[in-house]
Every structure is written in structure tokens, then in C-alpha cells.
Ligand binder design. Sequence first.
Ligand code: ADP
Ligand code: MG
Length: 1048
Amino acid sequence: MRYQGREVDIEGRVRLVMESALTARDRVGVQDFVLLENYNSEATFIENLRRRFRENLIYTYIGSVLVSVNPYKDLEIYSKTQMERYRGVSFYEISPHIYALSDNTYRAMRTERKDQCILISGESGAGKTEASKKILLYYAVTCPTNDRMAALGDHLLQSNPVLEAFGNAKTLKNDNSSRFGKYMDIQFDFRGTPVGSHIMNFLLEKTRVVYQNQGERNFHIFYQLLDGGDDDLLRRLDLDRNPQNYDYLVKGNCPRLSSVSDKNNWKTVMKALSVFGFTEEEVQILLNIIAGVLHLGNIQFGEGEDGEAYITTETRLNHLAELLGIDSSALGEALTHKKLTAKGEEMISPLNFEQAVSARDALAKSMYGRTFSWLVQKINQSLAPKDEIYHSNKGSSVIGLLDIYGFEVLQHNSFEQFCINYCNEKLQQLFIELTLRSEQEEYETEGIAWEPVQYFDNKIICDLIEEKHKGIISILDEECLRPGETCDVSFLEKLEDTLGGHPHFVTHKLANGKTRRVLSREEFRLLHYAGEVNYNVTGFLDKNNKWLNRNPKEVMCQSENPILRHCFRRKEVIDQKRPVTAATQFKTSLMKLKEILMSKEPSYVRCIKPNDAKQPDRFDEVLVRHQVKYLGLMENLRVRRAGFAYRRRFEAFLQRYKPLCPETWPNWHGRLADGVSTLVNHLGYKEEEYKLGRSKIFIRFPKTLFTTEDALEAKKPDIALTLQTSWRGYRERAKYQRIRNAVIVIQSAWRGMKARRRARRRREAAERIRRFIKGFIHRHEEYGPENDYFLDHIRYSFLKNLRNNLPESVLDKSWPTPPPLLTEACTASEHLRMLHMRNMVMKYCRRVQPEWKKQMTQKVIASEIFKDQKDSYPESVGRLFLDSRLEREQINLKVIQTLGNDKVQYGVSVIKHDRRGYKPHPRQLLLTNTYAVLVDRTKIKQKIDYSALRGISVSSLSDGMFVIHMPNEDNKQKGDLVLHCNHVIELVTKLSMMASKVNYVNVNPGSIKFAVSRGKEGIIDFVRGSELKVTKGKRGHLLVTAPRINDT
Ligand SMILES: Nc1ncnc2c1ncn2[C@@H]1O[C@H](COP(=O)(O)OP(=O)(O)O)[C@@H](O)[C@H]1O
Ligand SMILES: [Mg+2]
């Protein structure tokens, strides 16, 4: 725990606990007085102020009131970065600052949509005007704006130097003391953009124009003009640079100021005037009036014999008249004569010396005062919201800024001080009313019981001053307006008569011995809330009487100077009614101001002046104590602390401290009040330490809050860690979720697609099956919608089946059976079969070589001759026919030579059986193109002409016997040839083909008859046996036993 709990002993009695401030931003003292343990001790209070002041911490809160101590030096706390720091940040989370207050007010205006006002009070020189400038600057810089409105921000800031030049002066208390009261409204539109502004000015201290106390100055503008104006300008205005030459500037005997550069300020003012749209001419006529006032002051009077005043400085008068654009003699008369209307008759009477001087001064004051009001009006014109939008806009709101002169106690206090202090009384009352009221209201609305705090209510003093008929102002007015001889002393007497015995009013006559000594006979004393002030009645009547002689007024309203004409209206001259007195007018404007302020939500800045010497780092305790007292800060604090030191809305309290309790961290989901109560129970708050209101928690002792705050401080690293982890977790989870969702989307889309596809397939399949079955049922009917699918399918499957089962060779006779249902399919099938066969044949034929063709031709012939005729035929089918069975060398050369041109086409060895006896002889049979020859080794034994060939006979068995039938008419013929050849089928085929006598071949089943010679016949018998045997049989027959072939 960082809780330090140091105790500082002050004056041996006071216990001051200087703990870590609420949020540990400033560790010097406490940043909110409410957190002071010993809140009843003024010493503790001042010590806290002093400690912070020493560390340049000039701001401290009392709850929502900002206490500011004038540092009299530039602190680096007003930069833009600082502004950003305070923007949108909660009041207590950051060290106290005027920006925090400004920001808070602005946000309250925006969120609560209620007009706000900031009341800045304090003694002269305490820093009020500076504070108001800081606030303006803050708004000008940080508020949202657009191009058009940016100019407004500039105008707002620029209004200060102008108003200060004309309305501020050096006093003993402040080198730049505002000598008028100022209330400024800033208007915002619904977006929070400043759209316009309006300034109200109160009671300019006009006396200063003609008289200044020792060490003080007139209004800045006179010195600025003399110092800063260029030579031409001064020449034109007939002025010279030395202020000492002007009666109105010499009274205070203080022409120069070390802290202020009149020359520079002159430039600033001229620039600012141009910003406000003052034309060159307007500036000139304004300066004419300023110069006119100076000249007027130098008008001197002499005294005539009858005591009547006359002007001794005629030339000056002429100059002045010229400058103001008025008639010189009329002016002269106006300054020395008085015009009266009695019973409808106008009378002119001369003024005496004093009266003339007073008339002159009155004119000067009046000119200056009215010109100042004109100036404010002019500035207001340029600050007014340009937009009609603003006026029609319901969401717009206002922040008011009151910078009014502070309570003033001088050596000699006059009418002005009276008014100023009266104003402060009124504001104090407002402050009491508003703070107490709001405090009380808060307890009431929250349902918390509390003891009202005793405080001094200054209503009694306000009444003393302002009450009708009985109040000081009423009496003063009465004296002013009463016909007959009136003077300040008679006014005092009247006061004594009426107010004698009032606890807050004393005069020399009424006072007891001790007081009497310090009160002169012309003085009365008021016991103000802030202290006792003695007022000298001298001049009260004059100053109150705004009744300027008619004479000068008439002159002025005829002026060629438009500003003067504007300020002095003809209507006023004609109007015979007395104008309201200064005091009454002031009272009325204060009432109005109060009304304005009461309608707004107030915030307070209480300025304190640390020393009278205007020096930095000096803290005059006596002076400060006095201010603390009269500003009512202790009472303010007491009220604030009466019940509870601290209060927070439930949500804010819970939000801040929820990490300290596991039940409320990270989020409390129940009712807020329950959350807070859970939290404080966990924190171990004791019963007497806190109370729960309806929407707020009230904490009685600062210590309780400090402890909690320190615990939070200690907890912060953990929280950071937790936040970090949960944030990371959250981020990763979110990422994972995103991916997961994407996956699911893709998955479902894909699954959906797949399922739809499957469903579609199933539907189609079902449909197909249905149609199939239906088609099957109707298969015997005409082709139509009922069965087309089925029949098409049958057809299709047949064709498909056919494609896969087509016979691959010409020899393959298989063919799929066409569906019996489809008659046309049978024809088509047959057709296809034929086509296919043809195709195969064609393909086969294309592949056949000439060699093979020849072979095949021979084989076909052989088949024609022998198929199913001869036993040995099937066996021969597989054997190829050769071109020749004899090699070339086996044929005798002589034989070949004998044959000559007839080439041997085929040769084979044969056995020749004699026609008688059947003796076998080996021979060669050679076939040429035209004949066949039988050769016995080298000799050609027989030549057989193909044309003469009568036939060829073979048996039906498996033997190789064959007979060549020769022509029988030829006697020379030796008869038919009986031959045996192992290749009988080949030989017979070739021979018959060569001889073109295929039809001449006979296949004889039992026996072959052949011609032997001259009509004699031989017979060869064929039988089946186990092996080939050629023997002589019965009756001279040749018996051939042919072996059985397997299947025969
Ligand atoms: N916040 C501040 N920082 C620095 N100087 C300041 C500050 N407030 C006031 N001053 C000084 O004090 C002087 C008087 O302040 P001012 O605001 O004119 O007093 P007031 O308006 O209360 O009479 C200023 O001219 C300035 O020098
Ligand atoms: Mg001021």
C-alpha cells in the first residue's frame, strides 16, 4: 500500500493528513479540500493552499468549486497539450485545473443540455480576468468548429484586448484591473460548436476618467494612444506624447508602467479593432472622442466678478469643438451655463467655477462611458450568431462567464466601491443560495438525512442596501430627486434616521467610542459579509445623479461625430423625465444578472491573491486568510463535508473500484446499488463510513476513500495484466470464431450442394426406375410415352451389349440375340450383323497378300473339290500348299532344258504304278503352264497335254492314289496313269487349276476304274485299314488300304 498517512503538525495542534491525493496525480497536499481530514481548521486549509502554491500547484478544488491562487508568473500549464490532457477527462481523474472546470462545464452543457455559467470571483488582482481568458482560450481551441465559426473563436479572443484597453486601468492592486463588470455569454449549437457570443458590461468606473488615486492610472487607452499612435495621428488629434500635459492623466502621477508596454498594446488593440470590422474611419472618430476627452480635461475656467465661470482656454475649446464636430460657442456655453425648464419656460443661468469644473468632468465621464457602451455594442454585433439556425435551434445552449470586480476596500471608499461591494454581496448570496440549495437538494433527492450547516446569510446586508423605501439606494435616490437643497451630508443624515440601529450599519454619530475614532463625520460603515468598509458620502449624490445638464447633451447630439450622435440621443434631450439614477440602474442590472445566472447551472472559480506586491512565490498568510474568509471558502467546505466528504454516482464508483472485488470484476450484472454494496462490503467499509443514496454513494471520511484509492493503485498492474490477457483472448477467440464461422458456411454450402445433388440424382433415379417399371408393364404396347423409356433402354442396352460383344473374326459366327420385344430390332440386328461381317471381310481382304490369296484360291478350289468327299481333306486344310515340293536342284537340268520355255510351275515326287502288275516306280511329276510331264530321273517319260486331259480320279479315303485319265481314242496312248502322291490334295488341286479342269476331278468312294490300254480296264479298290498298303487284290484289282482318320 502506498498509503503514507503522514501527519504534519501545524501550530502544534492541527493534524493535517497529507495523503496521496485522490488519484495520486498531485502528491502535494490534497487536490480537493474536501479530502482534508481536519476540515474545520482554517490553518489546515491555508497550509494546504500554501504547500501547493509553493510547488506551483495553484489550483485546488472544494468539491466542484475551483480555488485558484494567482501565481504572478507564467506557468507552463496552459499549452495546447495541456488542453488535450483535460479534454473529455473526468473531473477528479486528473490534477485540478481551470481547463478541467471548463471542460466539465462544456460537457455538462452538452450532455445535460442545460445552460451553464462560470462565476469567477475574488479580489482585484486575484486573477479573475486571466481565468476568464484561459477559459475562453480553452473553448476557442478545443471546441469543434468549422471555417465560419473559426472566425468567432478569433473574435472571442480579440474582444479582450479591446475591452481591456478601454475598460482596464492600473490600480494599486492590479496593473491591469478591470474597471467594469463583464458577463459574457457563449452560445453553442447542438453540435457543441460555438456560434455566437454576447457581452454585458456593468458599471464602468467613470470617475477614473477625471480622477485617479495616487499611484493609479486612467484607462489604458489614453496612454496607448499617446505612446503608440503615430506622429500624423497625434498631429491630427492635436496631441503630444507626454501624458503629464493632460490634466486627466496626471492625478495619479503614474504615467508609465513597467509591466505593460502601451506601445505594443496599442498595436494589438488596433489590430483587434480591424478584426471586429471597424473601418479606418470608425477608428478615427473613436479616437477623436478619446482625444476629445483629453482636451476637455485641459479646458480651464476663470471666475468672473459675479462668481460666474468663463473659459480661459478658448483655442483649446475651438480645437476640441472641431475634433468632436460640434459648434465651439455652443460647447463653451454648455460648459459654463445651465439650462433649466421651469413651468414650461426655459431659463439659462451661469455656472460658478466649481459647477463649471464639475459640468466639464461630467461631460467627460459621460462621453467616455457612453462611448465604452457603444464599443461593447459594436463588438456584440460582430459576435452575434450569424446564423438563423442558432435562433431556431432547440439544441443550442449557453455558457456564461462572469468576470466581475471583486470586493474592494480602499483608503477612501466612495460611490463606486459601494456599488462594487454591493455587487459582491449579491453574488455571495447567489453563491450561498446555489451551493447550499444544490447540496441540500442532493441529500434530499438521494434520501440521505443530514444536519444543516450554520453559515452566515448575507441577505440582511443585501436588504440593507437594496430594500425598497428603506434601503440605502432608495434613500440615495430620494435625496437626489428631492426638490430643494440636497447635499451629501443631508443624505448621510437621512441614512442615520432611517437605518440607525441596523446591525450592519454604523456612522460616526451612531458608533460607540472606539469605532467613532476611526470613522470620520462624512463616513458611514457597512459591515459587509467580507469585512467592514467605511464609505465617504462625498460625491455620492453627484455620481448617482445621471442627470447631465441638458445643455451639454444638446450640444453633443448635434455633433458630426456619428458615435457621439449615437450615444447622445435627441430623444433623451426632449424627454423631460428624469433618467434613472446610477445606483438604481446598477441594482436593476444586477437583478437581471442574477436572474440570468439563476437560470443556469453554476460553476465557481474562486480567485485568491497571494500577496499585495504582485510578486511571484510570495504567500502572505494574513492576506490569504482574509480572502478565504470573505470568499466563504471554509463555509463552502463545511457544507460540502457536513455530511459526507465524498460522493460518487453508483456507476462511476463501481466502474472505478470494481477491480477490487471479485464479485464485481470484471462486470456487475445486477442492480448498481447492489453492486456498490457488494463492493463496499468486500472492501470492509464500516457502517458509519458510508451511506448509499438513491443513485450515489456517500463516503464520510476521506481516509476511507484514500485507502480504497491506494488499494486500486496497487491493483492496477494486475488489472492491466487481466485486461491484456482477456483482450488477447477475446481477440483470438474472435478470430477463431470468424474462421470457424467461415468454415461452417463453406461446409454447409458444400454439404448442401452435395445433398441437393444426391437428392436430385435419387429423384432422377426414382423417376427412371418408375418409368422403367411402367415401361416394363407396358412393354408390349405401341411405342409411346408409357413405355418409350423402357423400350429405348432395351434398345440401347442391346446396342451397347452388341458393341461389347461383336465377333472379332470372320470365323466367329456368334451374335447377341436381339430383344424379342422389338421386331424392328431383329431386322436391324441382322442388318448390323451383315454390315459387320462385310466390314470384317473387307478388312480381312484388304490385309490378304497376293501369296496368301493364291494359297486361299487354291484352298477354296480344294475345298470345292474335296470337302466332305475325301477323308484326308480336313487334315489338309490346315497345311499350306507349297509352290513346289521339289527343290530346283532335284529336277534334272536336262529335263529343264528339254522343257525349254515352259517353266516348271510345280514339281512333286510321285510313285507310278504299272498298269499291269502295279509295280511301283518313283517318278517326278512336273507341271508347266500347258502340260504336265512325268520324269524318270533324267528322262521325260510322258507328256500330258492339259487339253487332252480327260479327268482325274481320287478315292474318298485317306490314301494318296490318283488316276490321270488320258484320251482313249489315241491308240498310241499307253492308257491312264495310276499314281500315288503324299500330297495328293495339293497336287490334284494345282493340276486341275492349271489345266482349268476342276470339274474333271472325281472322288470315287469304293473304287476307280481306269483304262489300261485298248479298251482294257483296270480297277483300284479302296478299303479302310489300319495303315496304308498297296497290294494286288483279287481279280487283278489293285487294293489300297487307307488308314482310318480319327473321326471316320
Ligand atoms: N494564472 C495566472 N498565471 C500567471 N499570471 C497570472 C495568472 N492569473 C493572474 N495573473 C497575473 O495577475 C495579474 C492580475 O490578474 P487579473 O486577472 O487581471 O486580476 P483580476 O481580474 O482578478 O483583477 C495579471 O495581470 C497577471 O499578471
Ligand atoms: Mg479583472
